[in-house]
Design a protein. Structure first.
Length: 177
């Protein structure tokens, strides 16, 4: 039986490590390529929504077009990122910090008269009103709540739906851009 020298084992180990690093690099490049292709497609979907919105008489500089409609691909992508990239505690902290989306702040913004606004009790960047869902210092927003909010707030339309509404020719021209 032949004894393998330590140097030979070390050399073999280094070669294996280099091959593993190269394989990981290739995998990362493929993931980045897939991610880039998706975000490019999502940009085209946004252009389609923008066309739909302007045809309906909307001002494209106002509002969040992507906050109301998604394709199923976008819906799955954004939901999975929301669920996988943040813990329930991080989600709560982020929502707490975005006080301008708290219910009391939204209601205050609906008031026309500045005197009414000054007297209104609403969340600020420093404190929340007692009945605010984000009043507690720490909390959690569980996966189930995130999924429910996504389902309740997003309308899923597919490219075929946009083709019916805006015309196949227009959609095809945007998708080829």
């Amino acid at each position: 039986m032949r004894i393998i020298k330590k140097k030979t084992l070390d050399d073999l180990s280094k070669k294996i490590k280099k091959v593993e690093e190269k394989a990981n690099e290739i995998e990362d490049n493929n993931l980045n390529k897939d991610e880039n292709e998706k975000t490019q497609r999502f940009g085209l979907y946004h252009a389609i929504r923008m066309e739909k919105y302007t045809r309906q008489g909307g001002n494209p500089t106002l509002g969040n077009l992507d906050g109301q409609e998604y394709t199923s691909e976008e819906f799955e992508y954004h939901l999975s990122h929301c669920l996988n990239n943040y813990t329930p505690e991080e989600r709560y902290r982020q929502r707490k910090e975005m006080y301008y989306f708290h219910p009391s702040y939204i209601e205050m913004e609906k008031l026309d008269y500045s005197g009414d606004r000054a007297n209104a009790k609403y969340c600020t960047g420093h404190q929340c009103v007692p009945d605010c869902p984000y009043c507690k210092e720490n909390g959690r927003i569980e996966d189930e709540q995130v999924v429910k909010e996504f389902i309740d707030s997003i309308q899923i339309l597919e490219i075929e739906d946009y083709k019916k509404e805006l015309g196949e020719e227009l959609i095809e021209s945007i998708m080829k851009s």
